[in-house]
Write a protein that binds this ligand. Structure first.
Ligand SMILES: [Zn+2]
Length: 291
């Protein structure tokens, strides 16, 4: 059955009673367990002769809510909120399928939408894993984002922490100035549940996922680090597992001054640019592809 994107999105929104414009409903969207698949959506057809890929393009929003928090065990955590935007011409869609019913993993194919309204899928090295815990109990794309803390400008210098964060990809937040192709309502809202044998998740054009600073894994242990200037490097899709129209704009650096004795973090500067030295090199790109 072919249904329009708009009709389908409205149905989901009505069904779940969600309004996705506010931070509060961000959480609701993540907890939604609608199991229907956005994969059967139709996109507007460009009647020109050539068919082109409408690829996603992932970018890091500025980190937000950066601060130091003392953990129950006395350790000091640098916490941060992260949003990965899709600023491309088409959705980032990850279709997970469970191969072995006895484990918690799914293999992931990326659905690439075309300018003539069709779509194809390509194999990826990404996996989804079923995560249990605060705000979760659903599937995550493993290592969808990485956040690293290190001393900037010193090749081989000290690295103080690396977080590899699994993400449930949902259209949780719309960009304030989205690209023209943005759907008016969120399309991707589900990350499956324990019974799921397949999961379709994604980020549509102009939408982003949002992981607030107090959520699990949104921190790096900075106990005992010397007072000084550090760089936080955040990278969306650090392993290059998803095909994008631009593979070189996935990083953002944020320079901060950290003083654990006064529990203060001062943001000095930030930019959506490559982070520079000390960032681990990207692994080889995944090239296997099929229709
Ligand atoms: Zn989650």
């Amino acid at each position: 059955m072919r249904i329009s994107r708009a009709a389908r999105a409205s149905a989901i929104v009505l069904g779940l009673g969600l309004i996705i414009a506010s931070p509060i409903t961000t959480v609701s969207a993540k907890l939604a367990t609608d199991s229907s698949s956005p994969a059967a959506l139709t996109r507007s057809v460009a009647p020109s002769g050539t068919v082109t890929d409408l690829l996603p393009d992932l970018r890091m929003a500025p980190l937000y809510g950066i601060g130091l928090v003392k953990a129950p065990n006395g350790h000091i955590r640098l916490r941060f909120g992260t949003i990965g935007w899709n600023v491309g011409a088409g959705p980032l869609e990850a279709d997970g399928v469970k191969v072995d019913p006895t484990d918690r993993y799914m293999v992931v194919r990326q659905r690439v939408f075309e300018s003539d309204g069709s779509s194809r899928t390509r194999r990826t090295a990404a996996v989804m894993v079923y995560d249990v815990g605060q705000h979760h109990n659903h599937y995550h794309v493993v290592q969808f984002m990485s956040v690293q803390l290190y001393t900037a400008g010193q090749p081989g210098g000290d690295v103080y922490g690396l977080r590899k964060i699994g993400y449930c990809l949902v259209d949780a937040r719309k960009m304030s100035h989205p690209p023209a192709a943005v759907p008016p309502s969120p399309v991707y809202l589900s990350c499956g549940d324990l019974q799921s044998t397949s999961v379709t998740m994604g980020l549509d054009v102009g939408w982003g996922d949002d992981y607030p600073p107090m959520w699990e894994h949104q921190w790096i242990d900075v106990t005992g680090i010397p007072k000084g200037k550090y760089r936080i490097c955040a990278t969306v899709d650090p392993l290059g597992q998803f095909l994008e129209s631009n593979e070189t704009n996935n990083q953002r650096w944020t320079d901060v001054r950290i003083d654990t004795s006064t529990m203060t973090v001062t943001i000095l500067d930030t930019s959506a640019e490559a982070c520079g030295p000390n960032v681990p090199p990207a692994p080889p790109a995944v090239t296997s592809m099929s229709h």
